[in-house]
Design a protein around this ligand. Structure first.
Ligand code: SF4
Ligand code: SF4
Length: 323
């Protein structure tokens, strides 16, 4: 599900760049964490407790880092990236620095007005990823933002009407939202947007209340089977790979033992310009001193950024992108 800004020939160019970056052992995806500040109140992440003074140490541009890594995919994330008033300038500079790229913005959506979305779209954002873990009041409660779910759903309609044609819900599979996954997919289909799944861990602040344990694996099996069946009937709504979805129950059962390859295909650059192999690991130095990562014996998460990086490029994956 690519933005209509891109023609089918771009998919061939993307595949060529993907092959080049893979052969050169360079990251395909660079996540720019433009701030760790956040105005939500999640119980499973402490970024909202970041000292407001951290703003003084946030770098003014990620363009040089983007030029250095020259990735295929770029995500602006946080914290809550829309808290940066200069986000449009950050996006535009990175868009200018990398010739062939796809830029996504990850947001909780609580402070994303249609006007701000349009201005970011014009600055170079190709896709908005908006967190949505439930369709009911549980999402507002989980994020600590009253009215958030309604705001997201109505904003998505208005953003689509404005001409923003690539929006995805980022939905984290948690112990208490298995009943919500298919309804979120159906709502996304009605709205003309996609759904990208990831899997909950307690890594952010140790909150294990939503961790899926092996005793839930049977429920998870049937939920994942329903999602895969949906994908077979209709491609382009669920944007997670078949591979990733199929591995989630294996992860929950503890059957995944291979070293994690995070940092090889995806890296994170912090607000101060330092690099880490994945969202929840410490930094390893400034991007100017970057050294390629090796696989690591860690199995602490099955975030999408880990699992999707391991997904083989099969026909189903290409069909997902083209749908
Ligand atoms: S999970 Fe996202 S929305 Fe919640 S506090 Fe962390 S950065 Fe903010
Ligand atoms: S499994 Fe990989 S991505 Fe997850 S926390 Fe460990 S090193 Fe990071």
């Amino acid at each position: 599900m690519l933005s209509g800004r891109f023609a089918p020939r771009h998919v061939l160019l993307f595949l060529a760049k993907y092959a080049y970056l893979t052969a050169a052992r360079k990251p395909i995806l660079v996540n720019f964490e433009v701030t760790l500040r956040c105005n939500a109140r999640c119980g499973f992440c402490d970024y909202w407790q970041t000292d407001p003074g951290a703003r003084d140490h946030e770098v003014a541009s990620f363009a040089a880092a983007a030029r250095f890594f020259n990735p295929l995919m770029i995500t602006f994330t946080g914290g809550e990236p829309t808290l940066r008033r200069d986000l449009e300038a950050l996006v535009a500079a990175v868009a200018q620095a990398v010739r062939l790229k796809y830029i996504a913005l990850l947001t909780h959506g609580g402070t994303l007005s249609v006007e701000r979305a349009w201005s970011l779209w014009q600055a170079g954002v190709n896709q908005f990823n908006i967190s949505l873990d439930y369709l009911d009041g549980r999402h507002d409660a989980a994020r600590g933002i009253p009215g958030l779910t309604d705001r997201i759903l109505s904003n998505v309609v208005a953003m689509r009407a404005r001409g923003i044609d690539s929006i995805r819900f980022n939905t984290v599979i948690r112990d208490d939202n298995l009943d919500q996954l298919l309804p979120i997919v159906h709502r996304a289909a009605e709205l003309g947007v996609g759904v990208n799944f990831s899997t909950y861990t307690a890594l952010k602040n140790g909150n294990s209340a939503y961790v899926l344990h092996p005793e839930r694996a049977a429920d998870l099996d049937s939920t994942i089977a329903a999602l895969l069946a949906y994908k077979r009937r209709r491609r382009g709504v669920i944007t997670s790979s078949d591979y990733y979805l199929a591995q989630v129950p294996r992860y929950v059962r503890g059957e995944m033992t291979a070293p994690c390859r995070s940092g090889i295909r995806t890296i994170h650059v912090t607000p101060t310009g330092h690099v880490k192999r994945c969202p929840d690991f410490p930094t390893d130095g400034h991007w100017q001193a970057f050294r390629p990562y090796e696989p690591i014996g860690c199995n602490a998460c099955f975030y999408a950024c880990r699992g999707e990086a391991e997904a083989p490029v099969r026909l189903s994956r290409v069909l997902d992108v083209m749908a």
